[in-house]
Ligand binder design. Structure first.
Ligand code: PEP
Ligand code: CO
Length: 451
């Protein structure tokens, strides 16, 4: 596959006009980057003690240069559309919550290396181009089941809500608006580190995008969108920040943004915000999702013009139902979406439906269980004329001890050896490769049976 930037039809540096059905679906009124403010109260809202300081920081963030180019976003749209059609596969992986402290060359390099290695394995086994997406360079805002945490002495404090909002340490729990600016610069620094490791690491072998030989594009930029490029993503949770970094119809802080399970209410502000941007967008789909609700969500986000060219893959449905519920929950959702004529990317997140607490309260997940959810999800799509076009993993390139290999073979003490996550447990380098390899072993078996 050879990329020709001119094929994208985008004059360099120009912002595209809104696409019908995105700026205004005809159902829910005119969209602007701030139209979400007219929607009912934000789920997972943050209350700042100094509202004025918050507004000032947002003005500063809005005046800073984009972190991601519009060309890259348009390129991602094409790649996500290919995954929706079964012609590519998306790997999305990274921290549950990134830490500012981890913006260091070695840590970022290990994350990048892991993503490349997984992508290479998937591409070889599935004979498909892989679109590599990091949960990186901006995954700094977290939804929590409770805004408060009760401490050992019975007192209450704010829950940690991600580095963009407050600090994990108990002394830093008051939401601080200046962190949004720190988040922007840490994302910028992460992007720079990623760029420097991309030039060091081996790019994906086959089907990699050949750099375009055109003197009018600067070589750094070509490298960024070309061979071995990794797209970035984060949860679009903190809407004041997300709308501040939205210029025209582009969220310029990441290539791909998603809406979480706790903020995907049909009439809520998060759905209102994402329906107007041109970035590929994700919606988490948990076990409580009803088929009609899912179709309503897609109709709202895509407008009524789902059959239109350009809409395939605009939405990625990230299913995270838990291993025991896949066979019951997924088929009706797949049928309803097919009947409505939508063509999303179906991506499996085997992490968030399979989190457990150990007897002493350590949050963990099991490699073997996660691999089973991926395999079952792949299978259910195949059986229903659909395609699982992506895999979403919480992982890090470090040798952390946050997930277990098997439920019957771990000790709580082992888990505490190197448990560094600021939020959910992440797969270590080896574990993250293992989940992918277990899934690919299954894919190979299916392929050889089909022959
Ligand atoms: C997450 O991806 O870290 C997350 C909180 O997921 P979900 O919204 O699916 O619970
Ligand atoms: Co998580």
């Amino acid at each position: 596959m050879v990329l020709n930037i001119l094929d994208l039809g985008i004059p360099s540096g120009k912002v595209l006009p809104p696409v019908q059905g995105e700026a205004d679906s005809g159902l829910v009124g005119t969209w602007t980057p701030q139209s979400w403010r007219k929607r009912p109260a934000i789920a997972q809202d943050i209350e700042y003690q100094n509202a004025l300081a918050h507004e000032e920081v947002l003005d500063t963030v809005a005046s800073l240069p984009p972190l991601v180019s519009t060309v890259k976003i348009e390129l991602a749209r094409q790649r996500f559309a290919a995954a929706a059609r079964g012609e590519a596969f998306i790997l999305q992986g990274g921290d549950c919550a990134e830490s500012f402290q981890d913006v260091r060359p070695l840590i970022v390099q290990q994350k990048v290396q892991l993503l490349h290695e997984q992508s290479r394995l998937i591409s070889d086994a599935m004979s498909l181009p892989v679109v590599t997406v990091g949960r990186i360079a901006g995954q700094y805002a977290k939804p929590r089941s409770s805004p408060f945490e009760t401490l050992a002495d019975g007192s209450k404090t704010y829950s940690f809500r991600g580095e963009n909002i407050n600090g994990a340490h108990l002394s830093e729990r008051t939401p601080d608006p200046s962190r949004l600016l720190q988040g922007y610069f840490h994302a910028r620094a992460t992007l720079d580190l990623m760029k420097s490791c991309s030039s060091l690491s081996t790019p994906p072998s086959d089907d990699a995008v050949a750099p375009v030989r055109d003197q009018s594009f600067d070589t750094d930029f070509l490298q960024e969108i070309g061979q071995g490029a990794i797209f970035t993503s984060h949860e679009a949770l903190h809407l004041p920040y997300e709308s501040a970094v939205t210029h025209g119809h582009y969220n310029t802080s990441a290539t791909f943004v998603w809406i979480g399970e706790r903020t995907r209410q049909l009439n809520g502000p998060h759905i209102e915000y994402i329906r107007g941007i041109r970035n590929p967008i994700g919606i988490k789909v948990g076990p409580s999702m009803h088929p009609e609700e899912l179709v309503d969500l897609l109709n709202t986000v895509l407008g009524t013009q789902s059959g239109k060219k350009g809409q395939a893959g605009r939405v990625t449905l990230i299913t995270r139902v838990g291993v025991d519920r896949v066979e019951k929950v997924l088929p009706p959702l797949i049928h309803a979406v097919q009947k409505a004529g939508h063509l999303p990317v179906w991506m499996c997140d085997p992490c968030h439906g399979n989190t457990k607490s150990t007897p002493s309260g350590i949050k963990t997940r099991c490699v073997e269980t996660m691999a089973r959810e991926v395999i079952q999800t792949f299978h259910v799509h195949q059986a229903h004329g659909s395609f699982m076009g992506g895999l979403h993993l919480e992982q890090t390139g470090e040798f952390v001890t946050e997930c277990v290999d098997a439920w019957d073979n771990y000790s709580e003490q082992d888990l505490t050896t190197n448990y560094r996550s600021l939020c959910d447990p992440r797969l270590s380098y080896i574990q993250a490769l293992t989940v992918v390899q277990l899934f690919l072993r299954h894919v190979r078996q299916l392929k050889s049976k089909a022959k």
